[in-house]
Design a protein around this ligand. Structure first.
Ligand SMILES: C[S@@+](CC[C@H](N)C(=O)[O-])C[C@H]1O[C@@H](n2cnc3c(N)ncnc32)[C@H](O)[C@@H]1O
Length: 317
């Protein structure tokens, strides 16, 4: 499976940003304010490149602030413009285009085609040295860039670590195997007979045990959210147990794939998060390539550290 497939699966579910409930309609709070502040330093017209754009949450923010910038969203995954941005676009004349199937290392854009580059947790997923070189090629002289990068100590990185730690692989495998057994037995005996079928009954009891472990959790503090959600999804199988075999098998395989993607995305997030040394090394590379850079800042919100904030501009000559 390709790296971008994990993100394609996520964006196809229609999310606007990676942070679900926190930023349902785009960026708010500290990230929203960061975007407003950055815009004050950017040109007011021209072309903005959003690196690792996902479903274009950043475009929503731009349009909400009446920006006149044209927008290119770039992402190796299959992505789409979210509905909030699309609603804005009905009454706006900004040119908007998407480049999918390409990463920041090789954008396919023309030399000096871009007036401002921005990225919210996208740039760091690339080979950042190669992507910085590509950025130097596509940016116009004096054009600014503003990036938020995953911070190794951020709330997001900690939440990703927690989600991965909560994932109980053995129990997930047991649930999938039990669903397969019930599905297979349902093919052999009439549905009404299923509860008298020994193998189906063992599988059902096993599911019951796991359901009461993960769905009957006592307090919010010790709730295993990942497994709560997994079990909730798995039990929807009983809504389709009377459907044809093919549909039941598709349900089980989608469930398995969803959780494979889920873990892979969290692993990626953690692996690309930068500590102070890494972020300084990256900025040194930018300087070698002819950028002027500001000192990195830690972006905070009321929950704590959110991201590294890096910015600068390509020098004139
Ligand atoms: C954490 S998501 C952020 C998406 C979006 N900017 C947001 O804030 O909602 C990271 C994105 O980076 C993309 N990505 C992965 N590798 C990349 C690369 N080499 N170049 C650019 N983007 C990449 C992923 O496909 C994914 O959509």
């Amino acid at each position: 499976m390709k790296k971008q497939d994990h993100w394609t699966a996520f964006w196809k579910q229609g999310h606007t940003t990676t942070f679900g409930d926190f930023f349902k309609e785009g960026y708010r709070g500290a990230i929203g304010q960061w975007l407003v502040d950055q815009q004050e330093q950017w040109p007011k017209t021209g072309t903005l490149l959003d690196i690792g754009c996902g479903n274009c949450g950043l475009l929503t923010g731009l349009l909400a602030s009446n920006s006149r910038l044209d927008y290119i969203g770039l992402d190796p995954a299959e992505i789409a413009i979210n509905e909030h941005a699309n609603n804005f676009l009905m009454t706006r004349s900004n040119n908007v285009s998407l480049v999918t199937g390409r990463g920041a290392e090789e954008t396919g854009l023309a030399d000096v085609a871009v007036d401002v580059a921005v990225s919210v947790f996208g740039f760091e997923y690339s080979d950042t040295n190669a992507a910085a070189e590509e950025l130097a090629r596509v940016l116009k002289p004096r054009a600014p860039f503003s990036f938020l990068l995953h911070h190794s100590d951020s709330v997001v990185t900690r939440m990703s670590g927690r989600a991965l730690a909560e994932y109980q692989e053995e129990d997930v495998k047991a649930v999938l195997a039990a669903l397969h057994t019930i599905s297979e037995r349902a093919e052999r005996v009439a549905l009404a007979e299923l509860k008298n079928d020994a193998a189906a009954e063992v599988a059902r009891l096993q599911l019951n045990d796991l359901a009461s472990r993960y769905l009957g959790q006592r307090s919010q503090d010790d709730t295993n959210v990942t497994m709560f959600e997994f079990m909730t999804s798995a039990l929807r199988f009983f809504q389709i147990v009377k459907k044809p075999l093919q549909e039941r098998l598709a349900f089980i395989s989608d469930l398995q794939m969803e959780y494979d993607h889920y873990c892979a995305r969290f692993r990626q997030m953690i692996s690309v998060a930068a500590d102070e040394t890494a972020v300084h090394q990256l900025l040194e590379h930018f300087v070698k390539l002819g950028f002027e850079v500001k000192a990195p800042q830690a972006l905070m919100d009321e929950r704590g550290l959110l991201a590294w904030e890096i910015s600068g501009r390509k020098l004139a000559g």
